[in-house]
Ligand binder design. Structure first.
Ligand SMILES: *Cc1c(COP(=O)(O)O)cnc(C)c1O
Length: 353
């Protein structure tokens, strides 16, 4: 607290990112980073862009990157917005599209940044409880009383996904408000709503290069939707920071989109490791929610999650635990390499013995 803070700042309850430990050799399964590095073509493109041209401002419209994304998704560049990580893209969407008279709806268990943006931008909101199996029920979003809707698909931190027809029911059932689908994890087995964009002008799909393209450190996120929605995001962006993506991020981002083969190979490797992790945890008695993400959400009937997390940490493995009452007995475990997941399962076996 300081007397120099604005009233708004003193009321904020900021997001707390997962720990980025300074200790070496920890098995870091707490922030859903990809276990394999980015495509070598991304590194080469960034190296090539690292020259005297850095004295110049980057393209404020990130046109080459938007074109690369548009081409891959069979869209026009006018249907694509890019930002400094999808967190920034989401923040602009909250301010430009989701701040309305009626409340914004999102699940009670979801990405914990959503209520933080509501605090920052003073957005009225209401949470909708997940069902007993921690799944989103599309019908709960069809009462016609929303000012806007946002949820991740697959949801975080549960990893549960909704089929495309269920997402479409929510989008079609709310034609007068914007529905944002946060697809941070969609490339690990989910169904993307990008296929619906040409039919629904109220749909905004947000994705990131942080997870499935192994570029959390580069900060590239994007949104796809009707040009009117994109223009709204642009107005906020150009009232905030003309150059959210630097030259290196734009060059690396294009290379990441273009290396489709590497993307396919590494995302499938993660999904395969996930199957083994689910099996290993299941054999130890964990209840593991069905995951379409690069993490699993697991609880153990006999041992409180918080204690397991602490014991794992003593053994050099870090996972994420959330204090929210409905999920306080769950651990969110990022899918690492086969070896890392094997070490995690072995450490759990020791702890539970
Ligand atoms: C990781 C994540 C993001 C943000 O990713 P960026 O690194 O900011 O692109 C957004 N939404 C969800 C649900 C996430 O898990």
């Amino acid at each position: 607290m300081s007397r120099f803070w604005s009233h708004l700042v003193s009321t904020l309850d900021p997001y707390v990112p997962g720990e980025q430990p300074r200790i070496q050799n920890l098995i870091k399964l707490n922030t859903n980073e990809h276990p394999y590095g980015p495509s070598p073509k991304v590194i080469a493109a960034i190296a090539q862009a690292s020259d005297a041209s850095l004295r110049l401002y980057p393209d404020p419209t990130s046109l080459a990157l938007r074109q690369a994304i548009a081409q891959r998704e069979s869209l026009d560049a006018e249907q694509v917005f890019v930002g400094n990580g999808s967190d920034e893209v989401l923040a602009h969407a909250f301010q430009a599209l989701l701040k309305q008279e009626r409340p914004l709806l999102f699940p009670d268990i979801t990405y914990s940044f959503y209520p933080v943006y509501c605090g920052l931008y003073q957005i009225a909101h209401r949470t909708i409880a997940l069902d007993a199996a921690l799944a989103i029920r599309p019908e709960d979003y069809l009462h016609g009383d929303a000012g806007g809707i946002i949820f991740p698909n697959p949801n975080a931190p549960t990893g549960r996904g909704l089929a495309l027809d269920a997402v479409e029911r929510v989008v079609a059932g709310n034609p007068d408000v914007v529905v944002v689908i946060d697809e941070a994890y969609v490339d690990f087995g989910g169904q993307s709503a990008t296929l619906l964009i040409d039919r629904y002008p109220n749909l905004l799909v947000v994705q990131t290069m942080s997870k499935s393209r192994s570029l959390a450190g580069l900060r590239v996120g994007f949104a796809m939707g009707h040009p009117d929605l994109i223009q709204g995001l642009d107005r906020v962006k150009n009232s905030f920071n003309s150059y959210p993506l630097d030259r290196l991020a734009q060059a690396g981002g294009v290379a990441a989109i273009e290396d489709e083969a590497y993307f396919q190979q590494t995302r499938h490797a993660v999904m395969q490791t996930r199957d083994g992790l689910v099996e290993g945890l299941g054999a130890l008695g964990f209840d593991v929610l069905p995951s379409l993400a690069n993490f699993v959400f697991a609880s153990h009937p006999r041992r409180p999650a918080e204690g397991i997390a602490a014991a794992l940490r003593e053994r050099g493995v870090i996972v994420r635990h959330f204090r929210h009452p409905r999920i306080s007995n769950y651990l969110r475990i990022t899918v690492g390499t086969d070896q890392q997941c094997g070490q995690l399962v072995a450490a759990c076996a020791e702890i539970l013995a």
